[in-house]
Design a protein around this ligand. Structure first.
Ligand code: DON
Length: 310
């Protein structure tokens, strides 16, 4: 299956199936504004390699991308410091929840990978690069708008404020890594960058568009500008596959077989290299903090299309 009509129908069928699903998981409550989101929402958008956009359900409704932002922040940080980034962050799956602190003591303040919160805080610290937090945040927002080809993408200030007021675990992680010398700025500044990047709001359509460079081997679009080298795109996809769903990354690879990055807002960006950039949103989460129906929908997409990196 890969004709345009087949994919259009697939996206519509999946959205219909998911709209009717009863067991939708539980919305995140530890970030108060996310607790208010209607769990019956479901959006899906597939941008295929030919540039066609297939969207269904609530694909035009903006949601908090949360940890999906870690993919764009990592891309930005690698652009700034290149592979020296890996002196401060590992590249191994953690096998622990996204907000865990346990490995940091044993591993001298070096987080296992850039997608757990600790690793994303180091990435935010790299992106801060001695500037005011709003400079780093503005830069990331401009980058995401460029990738998605959409200037309407914004930061949900209420979400950023709520995380600033309640994100005590992240405050602990940043301070703990500061004690090991792996956070270079004042922790509150690094945290400010991190909380604002997590509060970027995007629709499935915008997110799938923003992921195109990872499907096109680092190019903005076929024959277009180079966003990152082909090697870097491959490596970011590899990290998404091995670490993008935290302690459920193995299960996601088993069920879906594509690089994917989830967020507690219920969004997932998945990449079928050379084939498609896929964004799905369903706010109810499974026990690992990843979208329950979003994962199921991606499983359906992979089954129907045969897209897989395996
Ligand atoms: O720092 C946090 O806890 C949130 N801003 C982001 C966590 C997240 O999205 C985990 N992903 N599933």
């Amino acid at each position: 299956m890969e004709s345009v009509t087949d994919i259009t129908r697939l996206v519509r069928d999946i959205a219909q199936e998911m709209a009717a699903a009863e067991d939708r998981g539980a919305v995140a409550t530890y970030i108060p504004p996310l607790a208010m989101i209607d769990p019956s929402r479901f959006g899906l958008c597939i941008v295929t390699a030919d540039g066609a956009i297939h969207a269904a359900g609530d694909a035009e409704q903006a949601f908090s991308i949360q940890s999906v932002s870690k993919v764009f922040a990592l891309t930005q940080a690698l652009g700034k410091v290149g592979d020296t980034l890996w002196r401060r962050v590992g590249r191994e799956p953690s096998g622990t929840p996204f907000n865990s602190i346990v490995q940091l003591e044993r591993e001298q303040g070096i987080p296992r990978n850039p997608f757990i919160n600790a690793g994303a805080l180091v990435v935010a610290d790299i992106n801060l690069a001695g500037h005011e937090p709003r400079v780093a945040i503005g830069e990331l927002l401009r980058f995401v708008r460029y990738l998605a080809d959409d200037d309407m993408i914004t930061i949900d200030e209420a979400v950023a404020r709520a995380e600033q007021a309640t994100g005590f675990r992240n405050v602990a992680l940043a301070n703990y890594m500061k004690a090991f010398g792996n956070i270079q700025h004042a922790p509150e500044l690094t945290l400010g960058v991190y909380f604002h990047q997590c509060a970027i709001a995007m629709t499935c359509r915008q997110l799938a568009m923003a992921g195109r460079y990872l499907m096109h081997g680092g190019l903005y679009q076929p024959g277009g500008a180079r966003v990152v080298s082909a090697q870097r795109a491959r490596r970011i996809n590899a990290l998404m596959l091995t670490c993008g769903h935290y302690d459920a990354s193995g299960d996601f690879a088993f069920r879906v077989g594509l690089p994917g990055k989830s967020g507690v807002g219920g969004g997932i960006l998945a990449i079928a290299p050379g084939k498609a950039s896929i964004a799905v949103w369903s706010p109810g989460l499974n026990a690992n903090g990843n979208s329950k129906l979003g994962t199921l929908a991606l499983e359906r997409v992979a089954e129907a299309t045969g897209w897989s990196v395996f």
